[in-house]
Design a protein around this ligand. Structure first.
Ligand SMILES: [Zn+2]
Length: 233
């Protein structure tokens, strides 16, 4: 699989009402079966929530996956890289050609098999594994400890992050969730942040001061309100 990350993320940012394009069919590069992809033309963050791991939960902005599992053979495929496939005929219309979203186990499998992949692709997989593994913690007040593989992933993720503001905020959150509070504190104190993300910085400072390692919701918006700040890479 190669690195198609930037194109897919650029699509996701389009502002407007929630609007889908016509389904596109591509062929699984393992078994040749059709894989149906419904492109998102536009969306917005009205009524959404932003979590401290950067995960955006927005009813008007469904996640656009880069990877999926083929329902024919179960292989993980890079959706953007698959070749075109003719739309299924009338007699196949009842078949389910959608792809299966990846689960934490799938990302773990990919991380165990990272041969010669680009840093950008590895970063994408590590952030996805982190966020998808955190889904079990969303909405629960309990601080479920990180598993060994989650912790290993966060340690490796940290090494891939640079000095851009979004990277630094993710790094603070990685350190906080790993209970490396002093290091998180130092990053929050030393570096300059833009006015636009100061509400997030203040909240993270407060959580670090409380020695709270739990995943938290940073913003929870009303249906007519958009999420004020993003820190997506
Ligand atoms: Zn397949």
């Amino acid at each position: 699989m190669n690195d198609g990350v930037p194109e897919v993320q650029a699509e996701e940012g389009t502002i407007g009402p929630l609007r889908y394009g016509e389904p596109v069919y591509r062929g699984c590069d393992n078994c040749g079966r059709a894989v149906k992809i419904v492109p998102l033309l536009s969306g917005n963050t009205l009524g959404g929530s932003l979590w401290s791991d950067g995960y955006l939960e927005a009813p008007q902005l469904p996640e656009q996956s880069l990877l999926g599992k083929c329902r024919g053979c179960g292989e993980i495929v890079c959706l953007a890289d698959l070749p075109p496939h003719p739309a299924p005929g009338i007699k196949d219309k009842s078949e389910d050609y959608t792809f299966v979203p990846l689960a934490p186990d799938d990302y773990e499998y990919l991380l165990a098999n990272l041969d010669n992949v680009s840093a950008a692709y590895q970063l994408y997989i590590r952030i996805m594994f982190w966020q998808v593994s955190n889904h079990k913690r969303r909405g629960s007040g309990d601080v479920e400890p990180l598993s060994d593989s989650e912790r290993d992933n966060l340690m490796e993720l940290q090494k891939l992050l640079g000095n851009a503001q979004a990277d630094r905020l993710i790094k603070v959150e990685v350190l906080r969730q790993c209970q490396a509070f002093e290091e998180a504190e130092a990053l929050l104190a030393d570096e300059a942040f833009d006015e636009g993300v100061m509400s997030i910085v203040e909240r993270l400072r407060q959580l670090v001061a409380e020695r709270n390692a739990g995943l938290v919701k940073l913003f929870s918006c009303e249906p007519e309100q958009e999420i004020p700040v993003h820190f997506h890479r």
